[in-house]
Ligand binder design. Sequence first.
Ligand SMILES: Nc1ncnc2c1ncn2[C@@H]1O[C@H](COP(=O)(O)OP(=O)(O)OP(=O)(O)O)[C@@H](O)[C@H]1O
Ligand SMILES: [Mg+2]
Length: 230
Amino acid sequence: MSPLDDLRQLMRRDQVFDFMRQTSGLEVDMSHGIALYLENISVSFDGFKAINDLNLYIEAGELRCIIGPNGAGKTTMMDIITGKTSPDSGSAWFGQNIDLLHLSEPEISQAGIGRKFQKPTVFEFHTVFENLELSMAGNKGVWATLTAKLTAAQRERIDEVLKIIGLQQSCRELAGSLSHGQKQWLEIGMLLMQDPKLLLVDEPVAGMTHQEMDRTAEKVKMASLICSTR
Ligand SMILES: Nc1ncnc2c1ncn2[C@@H]1O[C@H](COP(=O)(O)OP(=O)(O)OP(=O)(O)O)[C@@H](O)[C@H]1O
Ligand SMILES: [Mg+2]
């Protein structure tokens, strides 16, 4: 292998992130006004019932906060919605046409469900702008993205997301140099670049100052507006 091939191989970070993989398109149908239906969901781990007969409906465009003590099953619920965990019983539908329990994690992501884990996952050695560029919907992989020119519309989209996450001033800085809170915001921005129809954000304010928490609430509200209007 030539050094260039080695480098290309190294840059295939899209293998790491599910949302960067290319899968077949599935168009969600929310014409009844419901984005997510969870019905009679139960799951046990070694006999311990982590979720017991959960029913939850999220409307299209709704911002819903789910609060519960440690171990209540919040993350497990997100694991079920995103295909990471299979429930023992119940059903999970995205809109009225996508049966989530029959899709893989990449297929669910491709269908328009974005998920942010508690720990921020950004490309530390790329700038804030590049992180957003790399996350863009329809992206053909890291190498192609970094060597291709952006269209005016793509640049506009990145600027729009930079504004939502409040990182315009830091757009040329390396993501690795951002504060913990700013990394969380950048990751929300990276998910928004994927044009999700439903965004799941697990403990977005963990480890943040009160001021950062307030700003995160504003950003999540703006993000939910964006999701509902696309
Ligand atoms: N893969 C797993 N194997 C075994 N037990 C698990 C697994 N995932 C979750 N659990 C258990 O299920 C319960 C629910 O956990 P979960 O992480 O969903 O709670 P949570 O509401 O997200 O809590 P936290 O606020 O601490 O993040 C816990 O008792 C946890 O230990
Ligand atoms: Mg959790």
